[in-house]
Design a protein around this ligand. Structure first.
Ligand code: C2E
Ligand code: MG
Ligand code: MG
Length: 763
């Protein structure tokens, strides 16, 4: 027996353990595996042959089991697993064929080598047909038999290894499928033509489509048309690894209804796309081996929404949703660039609401907010699409009008805006009046940069505000020399109050019947350390805006009461003093108490005082104002409606107000001219009729000449105030004037000469 070279080798490498069978060693020499604990079954009906076979096999280091005859073989096979069976064919009783049949029928996994004396072709064929692995003829050559058996064992080992690898592959594929399907991203694969070949389970939840709707469809069907170019670049990705497309943001169509969307059909969502090329041979990347693209799609709609909100907040005013200062500046800069290229003009309007603060302070911020929104809407309705209306905060709006040809265009728009804002806003049953002051800077003459245009429009706005509000004003270079910024003015105002820079001047009010001074109006003046004497028109608007007006009014009233009390003590004729009361002061809580305290500390009787309240103030918050005026009246204080005729009060309103006097605004007095006939001053006639109907006193202010004086007298106005008698004077000079009481003569002789000329004309 030539089995020496078949003995077991010592230098061995270990292969992975085999499932359900022999552990195997692979021979390093390349002569093939020699199975270590292979299970081998030897079957023969002849004990001596069985024994010699056993000797041969165990001599080669294998373990073997003997089965004497067919039945024993069946029992052994049924009981245990065997890798290889060496089977004698011709046996009494249960033959080798029966064993083959049994193995086939029972699907027993084993390799059977038939060892038989029957070497006929049909015998061999039959045996192989029944599932035998190989055939060795008896008497066998020992080397051949062992070699055949080892071939079978090698095959068993290979098969087991394959099965094992398959199982590992299956497990790994399952794992990957699990990972892919539980990915928060949509994972896709495209073939080389751009059609989907794979989509993971995220498809439904993310985009609302069934896989069957998309597989084998072209990616373009899924892409929002606006992003098709970009998407095509990405989905055609051929690169791999770090150079491949990453995080490209596009929009995909989705059939899901998102909260906030109005359409239930197809719409788009934001996604982030990655893609890389897939090749059959990744080392050999070319057109032939390119099979398609694979990548991920991440839903970033929430992030995009948040971003949009953040962007919106960065560039818009959250209350009115109008553009804010930053966005306006952006657009203005763009418009300036275009304007300089096309030699075109543009206008910037700075708009400040006139009585917003009063609403806000008295009716509360939520009412103020609603008013601002309503104002924004009204303003918007005056504008074209290309115009930008922005809110700078507070009650300030800025407007960019990019398509302007002439100043007249701007005048028309400003007029339209003022007109729209003039009709009252009705909010929660309150009728609110807000005028506006509009400053206008035109490019290029009113500034060539965004900053300059905005600032100059602001200066022009401030200018109009100081002139009595509710109007517009173009910027002019000389305005820069005045209070160029409101900040400086505000600072000076505060300083002025604490440094007692404010003084009170008095203007006499003269009775047209007797010519006597019946009263004086207290008017504030500011002795500014650098600018000299400043008239109230220059600083009152800002004092009102900043609330400093309350402090100022209190100061003026205290001063006036003290001066009048001092005149009393000096023994001059007892006059009544009129003090102006601002809306803010009147509406302030505790106003009455403070007013009474000022009177008491000066030792002045309330009947000596008249408060002047402008018509517009009266109209603002009637519920708060009327009871306070009633209290004042009960105390003995008289009430006059100042600047009467400029506001909106109607007869029906007037009846509700506890007033004593109407004070005709000087603009109507100014309209009285010599050459004009009766009809021209018909407003005065109407006011006179009203005062008579309501039994109210009438006083006219701003009377500058005899024509006006006579006209007023003829129409039944009993009292006047104006430069015809005297400009406002400091307290000391007023005291002297009161002592002299110098107008009786003029008035009486004027009345007489008029009477006589009337008599002369009649006769
Ligand atoms: P007003 O109460 O209507 O005061 C009359 C204004 O007419 C005064 O202007 C006065 O100087 C001016 N005036 C007098 N005679 C003539 C005239 O013959 N022709 C013309 N064109 N004007 C004349 P002033 O002193 O500049 O005050 C302007 C406004 O400022 C006042 O109008 C009043 O509404 C307000 N004001 C003045 N002092 C105070 C104050 O202490 N508190 C408050 N809240 N407002 C004040
Ligand atoms: Mg007044
Ligand atoms: Mg007035």
């Amino acid at each position: 027996m030539n089995g020496a070279d078949l003995t077991r080798r010592t230098s061995e490498t270990f292969a992975p353990p085999l499932e359900g069978g022999a552990g195997a060693r692979v021979d390093g020499s390349g002569k093939g595996p020699v199975v270590d604990d292979a299970r081998i079954l030897l079957v023969d009906d002849k004990p001596e042959l069985l024994e010699s076979l056993y000797q041969l096999i165990t001599l080669h280091g294998y373990h073997a089991e003997k089965a004497l005859g067919g039945q024993a073989a069946l029992d052994a096979l049924a009981r245990d697993h065997h890798d290889v069976v060496l089977l004698d064919l011709i046996m009494p009783g249960v033959s080798g064929y029966d064993v083959l049949d049994f193995v086939a029928r029972e699907k027993i996994d084993t390799k059977i080598i038939v060892v038989s004396g029957d070497a006929s072709f049909s015998g061999v064929k039959h045996a192989l047909h029944c599932g035998a692995f190989d055939f060795v003829k008896k008497p066998y050559d020992a080397a051949e038999l062992v070699a055949t058996m080892e071939t079978a064992l090698r095959e068993v080992w290979l098969e087991n290894r394959n099965q094992d690898m398959e199982a590992q592959l299956r497990a790994s594929e399952e794992l990957h499928r699990f990972i892919v399907n539980s990915s928060p991203d949509l994972v896709y694969m495209l073939d080389r033509n751009g059609c989907f070949t794979f989509l993971n389970d995220r498809l439904g939840p993310m985009l609302g489509f069934e896989k069957s709707e998309l597989v084998s469809r072209h990616f373009s069907e899924l892409v929002d048309p606006e992003y098709l170019d970009l998407a095509t670049n990405v989905f055609n990705e051929r690169r791999m690894g770090s150079r491949a497309a990453r995080n490209v943001e596009i929009k995909l169509r989705s059939s899901l209804k998102r909260p906030g969307s109005r359409f239930s059909d197809v719409q788009s969502i934001w996604v982030e796309l990655t893609a890389q090329g897939v090749y059959t041979d990744p080392r050999e990347r070319n057109r032939q081996t390119f099979v398609g693209t694979f990548g991920t799609i991440r839903d970033i709609s929430e992030r995009k929404e948040a971003q949009e909100v953040i962007n919106f907040q960065a560039y818009h005013d959250l209350l009115t949703h109008l553009p804010n200062r930053a966005l306006l500046k952006d657009r203005l800069e763009l418009a300036i660039t275009q304007g300089s290229r096309n030699k075109a003009r543009l206008a910037v309007m700075f708009l400040d609401l006139d009585r917003f603060k009063v609403v806000n302070d008295n009716l509360g911020h939520s009412m103020g907010d609603r008013l601002l929104k309503a104002v924004a809407n009204r303003l918007q309705s005056c504008l074209r699409r290309s115009d930008t209306l922005s809110r700078f905060g507070g009650d300030e709006f800025t407007l960019l009008l990019p398509e302007i040809r002439t100043r007249d265009d701007v005048v028309v728009i400003a007029g339209k805006i003022l007109d729209r804002l003039n009709s009252p806003f009705v909010i929660d049953g309150h009728e609110l009046f807000v005028g506006a002051s509009i400053g206008i800077a035109m490019y290029p003459e009113g500034g060539t940069s965004a900053e300059a245009l905005i600032q100059n429009a602001d200066i022009a706005m401030y200018h109009i505000k100081s002139r009595g509000k509710n109007g517009y004003q173009f910027f002019a270079e000389e305005m820069n020399n005045r209070f160029s910024t409101r900040l400086i003015l505000e600072r000076d105002l505060r300083n002025g109050l604490s440094r007692n820079e404010f003084e009170v001047f008095y203007q006499p009010q003269v009775c047209l019947r007797t010519g006597r001074i019946t009263g004086v109006e207290a008017l504030v003046r500011w002795r500014h350390p650098e600018r000299g004497m400043v008239a109230p028109g220059e600083f009152l608007p800002l004092a009102e805006e900043t609330g400093l007006i309350i402090q100022l009014d209190e100061y003026v009233q205290r001063r006036a009461f003290a001066d009048v009390a001092a005149w009393d003590r000096a023994g001059v004729g007892k006059v009544r003093v009129s003090v102006n009361v601002s809306a803010a002061q009147l509406e302030k809580e505790g106003f009455i108490e403070q007013f009474v305290e000022a009177l008491e500390s000066a030792g002045l009787n309330a009947t000596r005082v008249k408060v002047e309240i402008t018509e517009n103030t009266l109209m603002q918050d009637m519920e708060v104002i009327i009871p306070k005026l009633k209290t004042l009246r009960d105390l003995g204080v008289s009430v006059a409606i100042d600047d009467f005729g400029t506001g909106y009060s109607s007869l029906s309103y007037l009846r509700q107000f506890p007033v004593n006097t109407l004070k005709i605004d000087r603009s109507f007095v100014c309209d009285i001219r010599e050459e004009e006939g009766e009809g021209e001053a018909s407003i005065i006639n109407a006011i006179v009729a009203m005062s008579q109907g309501l039994k109210l006193d009438l006083i006219a202010e701003g009377v500058e000449n005899r024509t006006q004086l006579n006209y007023l007298r003829q129409h039944g106005c009993s009292e006047v105030q104006g430069s015809i008698f005297s400009e406002p004077l400091p307290a000391a000079q007023m005291c002297d004037m009161l002592r002299a009481d110098p107008f009786a003569e003029i008035v009486v002789s004027e009345a007489r000469s008029e009477q006589s000329s009337g008599v002369a004309a009649a006769s």
